[in-house]
Design a protein around this ligand. Structure first.
Ligand SMILES: [Zn+2]
Length: 119
């Protein structure tokens, strides 16, 4: 089951077919809101069945690390402060997909969005 509308899922599937294994990490290349050790990257293929348009971001460490256990103490401390004092006031939820459904596995990222009022 996808939280993307069929149109957005088709666009995402097309994108995935074009991405080579050595493609530069898009999470390393992009940002929008930047903290000391973390950043928010707009999701080009949002969960648009449940997310209000324009509100689905990926929250990721600046360092290219794959798993939570790869984070250092400073990253963990800042992540927790950002979630508590910023993200929780802006977004509806924070989600970490497990490996089975995570398509971009090499760079840890959480999904955040504002839930649609009609979802
Ligand atoms: Zn990366």
């Amino acid at each position: 089951m996808s939280w993307r509308t069929p149109r957005t899922q088709d666009k995402y599937n097309d994108y995935l077919r074009t991405v080579a294994s050595d493609h530069p990490c898009f999470l390393c290349l992009q940002d929008d809101v930047v903290y000391d050790r973390w950043k928010l990257v707009p999701n080009s293929f949002p969960y648009d069945i449940i997310a209000k348009p324009g509100t689905h971001f990926m929250f990721c460490p600046k360092r290219h690390v794959a798993e939570e256990h790869d984070l250092n103490d400073a990253e963990i401390e800042e992540r927790n402060l950002i979630i508590r004092h910023d993200l929780s006031k802006t977004f509806s939820c924070i989600l970490l997909n497990f490996d089975a459904v995570r398509t971009h596995k090499s760079h840890l990222h959480y999904h955040v969005w504002v839930t649609r009022s009609d979802a």
